[in-house]
Ligand binder design. Structure first.
Ligand SMILES: *[C@@H]1O[C@H](CO)[C@@H](O)[C@H](O)[C@H]1NC(C)=O
Length: 189
């Protein structure tokens, strides 16, 4: 079996920042990016999901301090407990998500088949969700925490994760490379 990565024959594996990574064994645990960096043969699909952040007042923070993680699977809306220091309430939609076709430079990646998160800088998440994503964030809020339903989001973003057909994680040696272990498919569905 060949060794990971093909480029290693011409020198060490390099990160985007051009740092050499040398070693006999590699563990690839790169979240939604993992499946574009090694071939996954259709066993994974990386998608982006809508996330919203809303700032609470001190009073609301007190009122919601025991708020549990809650999800309504019919609409996919879920929330995290409010963050004490930032007073931020984070909520998101758990669903099929949005795909993003690889750009011209990304097409050469071994796993860049259908959808991949942007690989290059800026790595900071854009303050953006598609219109229907924002609508769904609000719809869930209206149902679960109606008094917050009309407050503007402080920030919205897309959160990438990787689905597998069965919903199982993939934690295994890669079939093509005897020295590559993958931890991926942190499956949303
Ligand atoms: C989940 O959302 C659906 C659709 O809006 C609603 O009918 C249902 O009552 C909600 N379930 C709970 C437990 O809130």
């Amino acid at each position: 079996m060949p060794r990971f990565l093909p480029e290693a024959e011409d020198g060490p594996v390099r990160t985007l920042a051009n740092t050499a990574v040398e070693g006999d064994h590699f563990i690839l645990a790169a979240g939604a990016w993992a499946s574009s960096l090694a071939p996954c043969y259709g066993s994974t699909l990386s998608t982006a999901q809508a996330v919203g952040y809303m700032r609470l007042t001190e009073e609301e923070l007190e009122r919601y301090k025991e708020l549990p993680i809650y999800i309504n699977f019919s609409i996919g809306w879920f929330n995290f407990p409010p963050h004490r220091e930032s007073r931020m309430l984070k909520m998101a939609i758990h669903d099929w998500g949005y795909t993003r076709s690889p750009g011209p430079e990304e097409k050469a990646l071994p796993g860049a088949v259908i959808s991949i998160p942007p690989l290059k800088a800026p790595r900071e998440r854009a303050n953006f969700v598609p219109v229907d994503g924002e609508k769904r964030l609000r719809q869930g809020l209206r149902e679960v925490l109606p008094e917050l339903a009309d407050r503007p989001f402080e920030r919205a973003a897309l959160c990438w994760y990787t689905d597998t057909p069965t919903g199982d994680f993939i934690v295994d040696l890669h079939p093509d490379y005897k020295n590559l272990f993958i931890a991926g498919g942190g499956s949303g569905q």
